[in-house]
Design a binder for this molecule. Structure first.
Ligand code: KE4
Length: 426
């Protein structure tokens, strides 16, 4: 069934997938097709079961089809799917986000993380009258033109288009620096600080594998941006409601000017959001002149799922236990790899985790790239064969949910012991 579906998909969808990372090219294989998900598990169309650590790339912090979300969606479905008018659910979700992330005084709902970051950049440029933006290698902020840039040569340089179709004009206002390198950030601001509207950062990188901020790095960004009149934007599409109830900004005690959100706030339905200081957000149409719109923004199904999921998280605050589970998985996989002779290190922040096949935790994407991706590819395939689905790339974070318990962890670590020796054999 999967083989037939795969050849049909390749015939009519670019690369056979609706998002590149799902193609499993990062681990040198081809994807399975999912028939259903429940709790911590996925079943493919051949009936094989997997413990799922991808969880739709982050949104499913309560696991697949949690009762509270399913019931909220069923109730809403009976009342219709979209109206194109204001609804109570949007107000409730906006109030919840504002309550849980106090740096966000006002918030606009959109349909994806990409929409959130391109809109936040537009607000930052309007508010400062500047065009420049600084991002970090290894951070992914969606596929907006200004963000699809890679570092040119040298430590911190003007971005170069990282994809055909991104014009020099669109990329030319973006600077790129290595994560955790405040000297490089200072150097960029020294050269062109008065042109930089905003610094965008994943406060904990989830798009290079998991890379944690060094002590003082995030505060350093806050100080530098304050000094130069630039805005600090925390892209918490992945870390928001994942690393703590109030996101990375609560965990690290930093107040950004703007925050972008997605994933968890939609409970598995398409939602993104951007928000922050009232004086900035009141510039957004129709309150102000900065235009941004969306047919299905804040639609009733997405807000029903998002409200149900966030309400459960606010009531139960599962983050301590989620971090314990994530740590067990990350450390257990890393030690299985080391026992098989593969250098490896694991890390967990809240319910996100990462394992690198290298000596020592990387502090930047440049360091992460030195990990053994070939061994990771062999390990990933061997884990799949043993019923464990890890992110199909050495440069993606893993996620646990409230549905991942001791049974799932011991199943995973037993599989890891075997898969590591397969991977080590080459
Ligand atoms: P979306 O446009 O995919 O909803 O969000 C873009 C985005 C923005 N910011 C951060 C920090 C993100 O992690 C993402 C999307 N994350 C990827 C996972 N690496 C989504 C998976 C995919 O591209 O299919």
């Amino acid at each position: 069934m999967s083989a037939d579906l795969w050849s049909r998909a390749l015939a009519v969808i670019p690369g056979g997938v609706n998002s590149p990372v799902r193609s499993f090219r990062g681990v040198g294989s081809t994807p399975f097709f999912v028939a259903r998900g429940e709790g911590a598990y996925l079943w493919d169309t051949e009936g094989r079961r997997y413990v799922d650590y991808v969880l739709s790339w982050g949104p499913l912090i309560l696991g697949h089809a949690p009762r509270v979300v399913v019931e909220a969606l069923a109730a809403q479905l009976a009342r219709g799917t979209s109206y194109g008018t204001p609804t109570e659910g949007e107000v409730e979700l906006a109030e919840r986000i504002v309550r849980l992330m106090p740096s966000i005084e006002m918030v606009r709902l959109v349909n994806s993380g990409t929409e959130a970051t391109i809109s936040a950049l537009r607000v930052a440029r309007a508010a400062t009258g500047r065009a420049g933006m600084l991002k970090f290698t290894g951070c992914y902020h969606g596929h907006g033109d200004a963000f699809l840039v890679s570092a040119g040569s040298g430590v911190a340089t003007l971005g170069l288009p990282d994809s055909p179709g991104v014009s020099k004009g669109a990329a030319g206002d973006t600077g790129v620096a290595p994560f955790n390198d405040l000297d490089a950030v200072e150097a960029v601001f020294k050269r062109q600080g008065d042109q930089i509207a905003a610094v965008f950062v994943e406060p904990v990188i989830g798009n290079s594998g998991l890379i944690e901020p060094m002590p003082g790095f995030l505060q350093g960004l806050r100080d530098i941006t304050h000094r130069h009149g630039a805005l600090l934007v925390f892209d918490e599409v992945m870390t928001g409601f994942r690393v703590a109830l109030g996101g990375a900004q609560a965990r690290f005690g930093i107040t950004p000017d703007l925050t972008t959100l997605g994933k968890v706030i939609g409970g598995g339905l398409p939602v993104g959001a951007y928000g922050g200081r009232r004086d900035l957000m009141e510039r957004v149409a129709p309150a102000g002149p900065v235009y941004q719109a969306g047919t299905l923004s804040g639609n009733p199904l997405a807000t029903a799922a998002g409200n149900a999921q966030l309400e459960w998280l606010e009531k139960n605050d599962p983050y301590m236990r989620l971090e314990q589970v994530a740590k067990k998985v990350a450390d257990g996989i890393a030690s299985a790899a080391r026992d098989a002779g593969i250098p490896a290190v694991g890390a967990a922040v809240g319910s996100m985790f990462g394992v690198f096949f290298r000596e020592g935790a990387p502090r930047s994407y440049e360091e992460a790239k030195t990990s053994d991706t070939k061994a990771f590819g062999r390990f990933h395939r061997a884990m799949l064969e043993r019923g464990v689905f890890l992110a199909p790339s050495a440069f993606e974070a893993g996620f646990v949910s409230t549905a991942h318990g001791d049974a799932e962890v011991s199943f995973t670590l037993a599989a890891a012991a075997e898969a590591a020796s397969v991977a080590a054999r080459g």
